[in-house]
Ligand binder design. Structure first.
Ligand code: 5GP
Ligand code: MN
Length: 322
């Protein structure tokens, strides 16, 4: 069904119970868009949506409402309204799909090119840099308070890599500027949640850079983190954030690949590209998805199988371009 802004807000104002969830392994945009929308509803509609996330990474715990996030997906009475943010298919929503199945009304608001319109009402804008940016455009600027503004700014900062990825547009900068007017401290969010790294995160970044390999005449850079390393350092999912971005800016590189072993022979894949290769197309072929320049998937096989499969697809796209 087509998304209508007016109906969306009417549905929010008439619902007695509202649930909001983002994708599994939440990132800045996932946390920022869910908590930003929840804060806006709390501030303007006098009701408290329940926000469900797998976890809130420690660096984001100061965002308003983070302490009330429900983890573990407990069973709940069916929601009048359930909103899925920043994810475009049931696999990405994970266990929150149970709330969707029983909810009276459902909405999906997302910006992934591979989003498949899986809910009743879907607003998918692949040209938006972040789901948080879409949420801002649905809200009335004068009704946004500082807590909601900080959350939305967090989402935009993270999905644009601090306004440097190609998804950053004039609208992105204008939305971010408007959010600053609501009292957001940009340095707290940019330094505190994006650039600041723990000693452990820096160590693993250094290790991944040192062990990286160049392939396809230096157009592809690849690095991996296996279970041995994960256990040795006690790494959590957010400890490897940002490594892929550092790999991508290697001179001459078009595609960066980072793979992390989840269970034996199962790998979490992150891909980034600069100008040519559509990595969402490649990740979709292996059951994942994402954006043209940033995508992910979960793949099985040995490390060598995974890299060979990905390189073959990258090579096809690079050759087609020549
Ligand atoms: P990351 O590499 O940071 O995990 O993900 C890059 C982008 O691709 C993010 O926008 C993320 O939401 C998306 N993405 C990552 N993994 C998957 C996946 O398995 N399926 C889908 N549909 N999107 C993914
Ligand atoms: Mn996003």
């Amino acid at each position: 069904m087509a998304f209508e802004k007016q109906t969306f807000w009417e549905d929010i104002s008439t619902a007695n119970t509202i649930g909001i969830a983002g994708h599994i392994r939440p990132d800045g945009d996932c946390v920022g868009s869910t908590l930003g929308l929840a804060a806006y509803i709390r501030d303007n509609y006098g009701k408290e949506p329940e926000v469900f996330l797998e976890e809130v990474p420690v660096a984001f715990s100061f965002i308003e409402g983070a302490e009330r996030v429900v983890t573990g997906y407990p069973s709940r009475e069916p929601f009048d309204l359930f909103i899925a943010l920043d994810c475009g298919d049931d696999g990405r929503l994970g266990k929150a799909m149970n709330y969707v199945k029983s909810a009276k009304k459902t909405y999906c608001i997302d910006h992934h090119a591979t989003s498949n319109g899986f809910l009743e009402n879907n607003l998918v804008l692949p040209d938006s840099a972040a789901t948080a940016q879409i949420i801002y455009t649905l809200c009335e600027d004068s009704k946004i308070r500082k807590g909601a503004a900080e959350a939305l700014y967090l989402g935009i900062v993270h999905d644009t890599g601090v306004f440097k990825h190609s998804c950053t547009t004039r609208e992105t900068m204008e939305v971010a500027g408007a959010l600053l007017d609501h009292g957001v401290s940009s340095s707290r969010i940019i330094d505190g949640t994006f650039y600041e790294k723990t000693y452990l995160q820096n160590q693993i970044l250094g290790r991944c850079l040192m062990e990286s390999v160049l392939c396809l005449d230096g157009k592809v850079i690849f690095s991996s983190i296996d279970r041995k390393i994960i256990n040795l350092y006690g790494l959590g999912p957010s400890d490897t954030e940002g490594i892929i971005d550092q790999l991508r800016v290697t001179k001459g590189v078009e595609v960066a690949i980072l793979i992390r072993e989840l269970t034996p022979r199962s790998w979490r894949v992150s891909m980034r590209s600069c100008e040519i290769v559509d990595v969402s197309k490649i990740c979709s072929m292996f059951g994942g998805g994402g954006h043209v320049r940033a995508a992910g998937a979960t793949m099985s096989g040995s490390r060598r199988d995974v890299i060979n499969n990905l390189l073959a697809e990258i090579e096809k796209q690079l050759t087609a371009e020549e």
